[in-house]
Design a protein around this ligand. Structure first.
Ligand SMILES: NC(=O)c1ccc[n+]([C@@H]2O[C@H](COP(=O)([O-])OP(=O)(O)OC[C@H]3O[C@@H](n4cnc5c(N)ncnc54)[C@H](OP(=O)(O)O)[C@@H]3O)[C@@H](O)[C@H]2O)c1
Length: 313
């Protein structure tokens, strides 16, 4: 739902485009850092194990350090993209995941709120159970795994802390990767390329993959719109336009590069083991399109995936 309010957007103005970006070394964070810096924003991109200049090393769990970084940088907007986001790892490290995805989110939202800075929290389609798509932002949530639960808790903390805050729910991502396993989409190239190993591939759960550059563009559009006011807040959603199972993604990659795929066999029905995945979490993006006053760009899957993985083929 889009809430319009009269309040001016705090200290944000066209002259003060200062972004505090968490998760800047991550799959999405790298695209966000690039997009905002290319568009005239001063960005303090923070990372942890992969922090190297121009990114700043900061353990987000250390709230005193985060507070200090805020005071030093004086941002006009926060995008909180850092998270523990591999569902199977989250199941195995529940305490750490709650700490990172819930507690740390709440601390960052609090720190931002104390200095009157709004926050855009990156969330996931996994807040839904996948039984009744497409989902509107206000539809009942019901995550099927701990990752989805912690991200939903993060949403709630974000929205409760400051009425100016926003949540952007997104589907599975692909984009330029440092290693193929970094994205649940690009990782599918490995079994496809290993023709010596017959393998089974899920042809069941439907996904709507989005390119990280498209999500970065949406975040920029939201941020720039927020600068100008009247302000808006609440939950927004974006979905890729093509519904694909993992098996169908493999077939697309095979067709784009002319690779043999007969050793990959489709499997119907839910996978076993690890975190339970929702069946179809298609997100309705109407309210995002309304607030932006335009339909954001969508990279066709074949085109996007070709550019991202061609160096690996
Ligand atoms: N990837 C997807 O398919 C997908 C789908 C839907 C939603 N999302 C959401 O999108 C957001 C971005 O995901 P992503 O794929 O870019 O994640 P990612 O590639 O796993 O990156 C996670 C980021 O969080 C940082 N981080 C982790 N612990 C930290 C700590 N203690 N202090 C500081 N930084 C820390 C990491 O820094 P270092 O690596 O430097 O340690 C990294 O920059 C997440 O909120 C995720 O839930 C992702």
């Amino acid at each position: 739902m889009v809430h319009l309010c009269d309040r001016e957007c705090h200290r944000m103005s066209n002259l003060e485009k200062r972004l505090f970006l968490t998760g800047a070394s991550g799959l999405l964070g790298r695209a966000l850092f690039k997009k905002f810096t290319e568009n005239g924003w001063e960005v303090m991109g923070v990372a942890f194990s992969r922090a190297s200049p121009p990114l700043v090393k900061l353990d987000l769990k250390d709230s005193a350090e985060v507070q200090k970084a805020f005071a030093d940088f004086s941002p006009s907007l926060v995008i909180h993209s850092a998270a523990m986001r591999y569902p199977d790892q989250v199941e195995k490290n529940a305490e750490e995941a709650v700490r990172m995805n819930v507690k740390t989110t709440e601390q960052i939202a609090d720190i931002a709120d104390k200095v009157g800075v709004p926050m855009l929290y990156i969330s996931t389609d996994y807040v839904f159970d996948g039984k009744n798509p497409p989902y509107k932002p206000d539809d009942p949530t019901n995550p099927t795994n701990l990752y989805g639960k912690t991200k939903l808790e993060g949403e709630i903390k974000t929205l409760k802390t400051n009425e100016e805050n926003m949540v952007l729910r997104i589907p599975v991502l692909y984009g330029p990767v440092e290693k193929l396993e970094e994205s649940a989409v690009t990782t599918l190239l490995e079994p496809l390329m290993d023709v010596s190993k017959p393998c089974n591939m899920s042809n069941y759960e439907r996904r709507y993959p989005a390119h990280t550059q498209d999500i970065a563009e949406i975040c920029l559009l939201l941020a720039e719109k927020k600068c100008k006011g009247p302000t808006f807040n609440g939950v927004f959603q974006w979905s890729g336009k093509e519904a694909l199972t993992k098996y169908e993604m493999v077939l697309r990659m095979a067709s784009v590069f002319g690779l043999p795929h007969e050793h990959v066999k489709p499997i119907n029905g839910p996978g076993s083991g690890g975190a339970t995945r929702p069946y179809d979490t298609q997100l309705d993006s109407t309210s995002l399109v309304e607030v932006l006053g335009m339909t954001p760009p969508h990279t066709p899957f074949n085109e996007g995936i070709k550019a991202c993985i061609q160096t690996w083929v």
